[in-house]
Design a protein around this ligand. Sequence first.
Ligand code: 5GP
Length: 164
Amino acid sequence: SDKRENLTYPLFGQAIRELAQTVADDGYEPDIILSIARGGVFVAGGLAYALDCKNIHLVNVEFYTGVGTTLEMPVMLAPVPNAIDFSNKKVLIVDDVADTGKTLKLVHDFCLDHVAEVRSAVIYQKSHSLVDCEYVWKRTDEWINFPWSVEPPVVRREGQILDA
Ligand code: 5GP
């Protein structure tokens, strides 16, 4: 359909507080927040403050090998988190959306081998997702516009003085 789920920055602020409250009410106290770049970094930063967790890690996951060429499965790009840092830790994986759920499943399966406990938090989850995250702010099947990616990258303008 043409309908869009529109997340604005003000609504994002509300989503973060409510998502964090859900985690806290559940009694889960993560030692590590593991964000999935790039969209998950916004969510992870907000949750890290709201949950008072100072230990944030990041993984890069790639779905594309080139222009228009998609891998069948996403892959984690180096550098991957150090297994020693993760051993016996409670991890909260954070992303913007579980859509197919393939990205989250990849990171979740990676963590299962290394950590004490792992759970996932997302702002949105779609009904066809192959993972069911413990913490979901809102369920939708629409295409989501996120505030950080709804606009194209900025273009450098001519005539700017770049040297001091
Ligand atoms: P997956 O299909 O593996 O669950 O989602 C992979 C990534 O695709 C997400 O982390 C997100 O960056 C992007 N993505 C999936 N669904 C949407 C959507 O509805 N809107 C936007 N803007 N990005 C999406």
